[in-house]
Every structure is written in C-alpha cells, then in structure tokens.
Design a protein around this ligand. Structure first.
Ligand code: FES
Length: 92
C-alpha cells in the first residue's frame, strides 16, 4: 500500500492505491478538511515528493490553488487527490 508521509507526524500512514486523500479526514489531527469539494482551500498542502503519484489537477482545483498561492504547482488540495504511490506532504 502507498505510504503518506506527513511532515510533523512521525509515522507514515498507509492507504490503498486508488484511494482519495479525503480519507485522511478520519485520522485525527493529520490534515484539516472543510468543504471536500475544491471550494474552500482548507485542505491545501505542499507536495514535497511524489506529485507523480497523484491524479492530475482539475480546473476547479487549479482555481482554488491560484487564489491561495501563485506557486500552486507544488500544492494540491488533499480532498481532490487520488493516491497511486508514495507521497510526502506538508500541511499549509
Ligand atoms: S476541503 Fe475544501 S477544498 Fe478541500
């Protein structure tokens, strides 16, 4: 199973390939979530490695990330990400 390493959390989490990172909302104090529909930006995160292991961004996700930071190319909305391999992320 792919590993999700989160800066500041000692043990990587494992979730099945093809699973949405939205599942992390059920882990305590890992990432904050709000709307879960690419509208609020609460779940924005920096992807430190493994960007290739996530699905492509939708237009809606790009619009939200553009409003958060002009360097949105390394950022993703966790609620919109489908995991296919290991990643390392940092909550914003
Ligand atoms: S929780 Fe609102 S954009 Fe992800």
């Amino acid at each position: 199973m792919p590993k999700v390493t989160i800066v500041g959390i000692s043990k990587p989490l494992e979730i099945p390939s093809g699973t949405s990172l939205q599942e992390l909302q059920f882990e305590q104090d890992v990432l904050p979530f709000g709307c879960c529909s690419a509208a609020c930006g609460t779940c924005a995160m920096e992807v430190l490695s493994g960007m290739e292991n996530l699905n492509p961004k939708s237009e809606e996700e790009n619009d939200v990330l553009d409003n958060i930071d002009e360097n949105g190319h390394k950022r993703r909305l966790a609620c919109q990400c489908i995991l296919t391999g290991d990643i390392t992320i940092q909550p914003l």
